[in-house]
Design a protein around this ligand. Structure first.
Ligand SMILES: Nc1ncnc2c1ncn2[C@@H]1O[C@H](COP(=O)(O)OP(=O)(O)OP(=O)(O)O)[C@@H](O)[C@H]1O
Ligand SMILES: [Mg+2]
Length: 360
């Protein structure tokens, strides 16, 4: 990967058990990881908050893969926690609708680490941007079913993704949709422990997060899927808020003012008393999607509160138009590399803004 030859440079590490340092023998310098030199870099496909992503060829197997370089520049204490989480979670997750982490490879420097992932031809954000016409309803159903299957698997394995959005959904040229970017994902246990509240890119952020909940559940991912389903159907973001207050207001305008009646526990959320929410008694989803069937509207409403398993059973997926086969998904291989990839992930530490993705 064009890194300078530094084989002669000695690696000295601090001992954990006793005082002082030790030198890593040359034959152990890469540990059990392969070297990134075994990959031929083809082109850069994306740059996100946590790393640069390349398309590359594994010279041993000839397979085309995605190489995500772990970004270290701001880190003083080794691998960033987001990358450690991504690696440990992804290594134990295997599902057709979850991006596959094949292995971790290393460069010559201690701080150059790459995730080798199954290559997907496009992400849904660039696809949406480059499509001249919206997805058909059959295609939307095909995508949503795949997202829900991946999510059902994650949730069954006690993982919350916490950053679902169209740019983190990848698609292969066979129309297989895979959830990617586990930089903010967390394993959770029962009882649920408090987690950092500032997760999920603003537009996809659930109201309980906006109102300061300390206990995050799988429903924050379901909320994001609801926003994604609506975005795919309408070919534009559902709730493109520009600040947390604006985001909360957009939700209230769409779904009505929350109350203890329709949302038990609402008034106990830390920020519930701090916002003066507009009075809006109606659910406006029907006005926003006048052409959508009853089952479609029910599913959209349901996503904002149900589990992935329940949503998979929705009659929306069983009525016409039926979900299409993945092979019937559109592909735009030539657009992929022209797109300026947005770096939009809400980080646990920085104050994040809305997605900078160009609006359709
Ligand atoms: N396996 C893959 N195959 C093809 N492209 C990929 C793959 N993984 C990531 N990409 C591309 O790189 C972009 C950034 O990757 P990813 O979302 O994993 O990184 P990130 O640093 O967390 O990004 P962000 O902050 O933008 O969410 C994706 O939106 C996608 O376009
Ligand atoms: Mg991402």
């Amino acid at each position: 990967m064009g890194e300078p030859e530094l084989e002669s440079e000695q690696i000295r590490l601090k001992c954990i058990r006793k005082e002082g340092f030790f030198t890593v023998p040359p034959e152990h310098r890469l540990g059990r990881c392969r070297s990134v030199k075994e990959f031929e870099k083809l082109n850069r496909i994306g740059e996100g908050t946590y790393g640069i992503v390349y398309r590359a060829r594994d010279t041993q197997t000839d397979e085309v893969v995605a190489l995500k370089k772990v970004r270290m520049d701001k880190e003083k204490d080794g691998i960033p926690i987001s990358s450690l989480r991504e690696i440990t979670l992804l290594l134990r997750l295997r599902h057709p609708n979850i991006v596959e982490l094949k292995e971790v490879v290393v460069g010559n420097h201690l701080e150059s680490i790459f995730l080798v992932m199954g290559y997907c031809e496009q992400d849904l954000a660039s696809l949406l941007e480059n499509m001249p016409t919206p997805f058909s309803e059959a295609q939307v159903k095909c995508i949503t079913l795949q997202v829900l299957r991946g999510l059902q698997y994650l949730h069954k394995n006690f993982v919350i993704h916490r950053d679902l959005k169209v740019s983190n959904l990848l698609m292969t040229d066979k129309g297989c949709v895979k959830t990617a970017d586990f930089g903010l994902a967390r394993a959770y246990g029962v009882p649920v422990k408090p987690m950092t509240p500032k997760v999920v890119t603003l537009w996809y952020r659930a109201p309980e997060l906006l109102l300061g909940t300390l206990t995050q559940t799988t429903s924050i991912d379901m909320w994001a899927v609801g926003c994604i389903l609506a975005e795919l159907l309408a070919h534009k973001p559902l709730l493109p808020g520009s600040s947390e207050i604006h985001q909360t207001d957009l939700i209230v305008q769409l779904l009505g003012t929350p109350s203890e009646n329709i949302w038990p526990g609402f008034s106990k959320l830390p920020l519930a008393g701090q916002y003066t929410l507009r009075r809006q008694p109606y659910n406006n989803l029907k006005h926003k999607f006048p052409w959508l069937s009853e089952a479609g509207l029910r599913l959209l409403n349901f996503l904002f509160m149900a589990t992935a398993g329940d949503c998979l059973e929705s009659s929306y997926f069983k009525e016409k138009p039926l979900p299409c086969e993945p092979e019937l998904m559109p592909t735009f291989p030539h657009h992929r590399n022209k797109r300026a990839t947005p770096a939009t992930t809400a980080t646990a530490t920085a104050t994040e803004g809305p997605s900078k993705r160009a609006r359709p």
